[in-house]
Design a protein around this ligand. Structure first.
Ligand code: NAI
Ligand SMILES: C[N+](C)(C)CC(=O)CC(=O)[O-]
Length: 493
């Protein structure tokens, strides 16, 4: 059961942001109808969807619900007529947005919330042509929409509280962190901050103080690292030493009067445009936009995974989203899978950060992949949040990994799982890991799983559906040949 009642979303505009919304919603199992007059819209959305799928398969392997269905709509009205939620991501032009939001309003059920992705236009003005202005709210996302959790919620003068709350609940349910902008203001909160930095950065290029690359270095080797988890105020509190913010303000307060910032943007002259574009080309070198996006996504995945381990900031949002996905995990797969053969339940790509100084996937990552494979097996037999909370789970008590081949960054890995035996408390499993490109066996893991009962914290018999499913699997696979390497002991002889 989804944590929201949105089965169908209507999207208007499918550029950088609209396609990002489409990907996030589709991966959350929502059917999406999208309208964009661009003849390349399908290719563009599919490209972003593939990138989003790649990212989320790494962040929550195997946990996403069945993907929603994508439909290319023939008009604005066609996109929104059946929608339970609408998100507008048109170009940032107030006149265009006002006109099309009025059309969306006329074509949509009056109870449906309409979110606008605007970066800074005032919702009071955007809702001015609508018959039901109370259901218009800004839901300002951040690029890439499918990975960054922040969404600023800002209502206009006529937006109802219910609309803000329903929008926030929906965005939360699809893994985002809604931030309520309590006072309507141009640029909201985040873009006022981003814009101040951006305008200052343009001055530095304009005045020949620094290149685009030097400015990016000034951010990414310093403040950018700490911003990602604490922002500015907590970080500056510590910069005040033990006396905290008061000492910080006392020491650096006078600097606020020094000419350290210009804030007003420089005139975007042709000369400045050419300088910024040329320096940006130099900076990117031979990396295409696609390659940069992939690098950006991999870095975001690394940061989000790290913060998830800390259960802090954006990592907390990710952790609670992953828990909710687990709670909503689908029932055990029906017999569409031939359970008399080893089961293909988990696949993943080798991430760049899994590579060690030998240039191949480092050893502990094999345990991670095999652990994820065991998790996929447990989900397959029906271990869900309710079972974990009430009955218990299988713990891995022994693992023997054999390394048979090398794998490198970007390799697709596909696992196959054979049940060698199972009784009420134990399961003896054998995972084989293949390289997707050529089918070569690169590693195996033999594991003993022990069922631990929730109430005693000790080994105890499995119960309910998972117990029955594990027994069924063991019976179905009982006649399979024992795989090469099973039961092998480490010795010189
Ligand atoms: N690019 C960014 O970093 C961010 C943009 N936003 C906001 O999201 C909105 C969209 O921006 P982007 O996606 O960047 O722009 P974009 O230029 O990438 O996409 C706009 C899309 O709207 C389509 N379009 C034009 N007229 C249309 C119509 N009548 N009906 C349907 N589609 C139409 C275009 O074909 C294009 O695909 C803007 O309001 C922007 O401020 C918000 C957050 C970040
Ligand atoms: C440049 N921008 C104003 C479109 C930026 C945003 O609105 C948010 C973002 O993703 O940086």
């Amino acid at each position: 059961m989804a944590a929201h009642s949105i089965a169908r979303a209507g999207l208007v505009g499918g550029g950088v942001i609209g396609a990002g919304w489409a990907a996030r919603m589709l991966l959350n199992g929502i059917d999406v109808a999208i309208f964009d007059p661009d003849p390349e819209i399908e290719r563009k959305v599919q490209t972003v969807l593939a990138a989003a799928r790649r990212a989320w398969d790494k962040l929550v392997p195997g946990a996403l619900p069945a993907q929603g269905h994508l439909r290319l709509a023939s008009s604005v009205e066609d996109a929104v007529a059946d929608a339970d939620f609408v998100q507008e991501s048109l170009p940032e032009r107030e006149d265009l947005k006002i006109a099309i939001l009025a059309r969306i309003d006329a074509a949509t059920r009056p109870d449906v919330v309409i979110g606008s992705s605007t970066s800074g236009l005032l919702p009071t003005r955007l809702q001015s042509g609508m018959a039901h202005p109370e259901r218009l709210v800004v839901g300002h996302p951040f690029n890439p929409v499918y990975l960054l959790p922040l969404v600023e919620i800002c209502g206009g003068a006529q937006t109802s509280t219910q609309t803000r709350d329903r929008a926030a609940a929906f965005y939360s349910a699809i893994g985002m962190h809604p931030l309520h902008v309590r006072k309507e203001i141009d640029g909201f909160i985040a873009d006022r901050l981003l814009e101040a930095l951006w305008r200052e950065a343009l001055w530095l290029v304009n005045d020949g103080v620094a290149t685009t690359e030097e400015i990016d270095d000034a951010i990414r080797f310093g403040a950018g690292l700490r911003w990602s988890f604490m922002g500015t105020f907590l970080i500056y509190r510590m910069a005040g030493g033990e006396a905290g913010m008061r000492h910080f303000l006392a020491q650096f307060g006078p600097a606020l009067k020094l000419p350290w910032t210009k804030l007003e943007a420089p005139e975007l002259t042709q000369e400045l445009i050419d300088a910024v574009a040329a320096q940006s080309d130099d900076q990117a070198g031979d990396m295409t936009i696609r390659a940069l996006e992939r690098q950006r996504d991999d870095c975001l995945i690394a940061v989000l995974s790290g913060l998830r381990g800390q259960d802090y900031g954006a990592g907390q949002t990710l952790a609670s989203y992953a828990r909710r996905l687990m709670e909503q995990a689908p029932a055990p797969l029906a017999s569409s899978i031939d359970e008399g053969r080893p089961l293909a339940l988990h696949a993943t790509d080798v991430a760049p950060e899994w590579i060690d100084y030998n240039g191949h996937m480092t050893e502990h990552r094999y345990l991670q992949v095999f652990g994820d494979t065991t998790d996929a097996l447990l989900r397959h037999i029906g271990v869900d949040a309710a079972y974990l909370a009430q009955a218990g789970s299988w713990f891995t008590v022994e693992t023997h990994i054999r390394h048979l081949g090398e794998t490198h960054a970007g390799d697709r890995l596909v696992a196959a799982t054979q049940i060698l035996g199972a009784d009420a408390k134990r399961a003896h499993v054998f995972h084989s890991l293949f390289r997707g490109s050529d089918g070569q066996l690169v590693a195996t893991a033999e594991q003993m799983l022990l069922h631990v009962s929730k109430d005693t914290g000790r080994a105890g018999p499995a119960t309910g559906v998972p117990a029955a499913r594990m027994a069924e699997l063991a019976t179905a696979q009982a006649d399979l040949p024992v795989p090469d390497g099973a039961g092998r002991r480490i010795s010189l002889g």
